[in-house]
Design a protein. Structure first.
Length: 196
C-alpha cells in the first residue's frame, strides 16, 4: 500500500482533509486554492502549513485513504469462503456504502486522481487496475462454476463500478429514497442481472 510523507495526523488535519475533499469535489483540484481551503477551515492560509505540506499532499492522502480501504476490503472478501456471486455482492455493497457515507472522499478519489504526480500517480493507477482485475477474476470464477452468466468480466466490472459512480446523482436529488433502499435496489438489479 502506498503512503505519503505527511505531518502527524491530528484532529485539525482531519478537518483540513474533510474540507479539502469537499472543495476538490465541488470546484476540482486545480480550481481549489490554499486560500479557499484556509477560509473553509477558518484559519490563515499560512497556518495550514503547520498541518500539511501542500495541496498535492491532501489529494494524495484522500486518494490513497480510499484506495487502501477498498484494497483491505477486497483482501477480506477474497479470503472468505462464500461463493463468487456472494463475493461480488459483498464488494458491490461495500462500494455503494462508501459512495453513500464517504461521498466527498470517494468522489475525489474517483475523479481527481489524475492530478496526482509520480510516484503517486503510477502507484494509484496500479492500485485501481489491480482492484478491477481482482473483481474480474471473481466474476470469471463464478462463470466457471456456473454461478454467473457467461459475460465478459472486464465489461461487467466497468458496468458495476459506473453504476456505483452514478450514486453522485442520488446525492444531488432533492427527493430521494433512503441509502438502505438505494443499496437494496442496486444489488437487486446488478447482482441478479449477472446471476446464472
Amino acid at each position: 500500500m502506498a503512503s505519503t510523507k505527511s505531518k502527524k495526523n491530528s484532529p485539525r488535519k482531519e478537518v483540513i482533509l474533510e474540507k479539502a475533499a469537499q472543495l476538490f469535489r465541488k470546484n476540482g483540484f486545480n480550481a481549489t486554492s490554499m486560500r479557499d481551503l484556509a477560509e473553509n477551515v477558518g484559519v490563515e492560509a499560512a497556518s495550514l502549513y503547520n498541518h500539511i505540506n501542500s495541496k498535492a499532499e491532501l489529494l494524495q492522502e484522500i486518494c490513497f485513504r480510499i484506495a487502501n480501504k477498498f484494497t483491505e476490503h477486497m483482501d477480506e472478501v477474497l479470503t472468505s469462503d462464500q461463493p463468487a456471486i456472494g463475493k461480488i455482492e459483498a464488494i458491490l455493497r461495500f462500494h455503494i456504502r462508501q459512495m453513500i457515507h464517504n461521498y466527498e472522499e470517494v468522489y475525489v478519489s474517483d475523479r481527481e486522481w489524475k492530478h496526482l504526480t509520480d510516484p503517486y500517480l503510477s502507484n494509484f493507477k496500479n492500485q485501481r487496475r489491480t482492484h478491477r482485475q481482482r473483481i474480474a477474476s471473481i466474476i470469471e470464477e463464478g462463470i466457471r462454476k456456473g454461478e454467473i452468466k457467461k459475460i465478459d468480466a472486464p465489461t461487467a466490472v466497468l458496468i458495476l463500478l459506473h453504476a456505483v459512480s452514478g450514486i453522485e446523482s442520488w446525492h444531488r436529488s432533492r427527493q430521494k429514497i433512503s441509502g438502505e433502499l438505494l443499496e437494496q435496489n442496486m444489488v437487486l438489479i446488478l447482482v441478479e442481472g449477472i446471476k446464472s
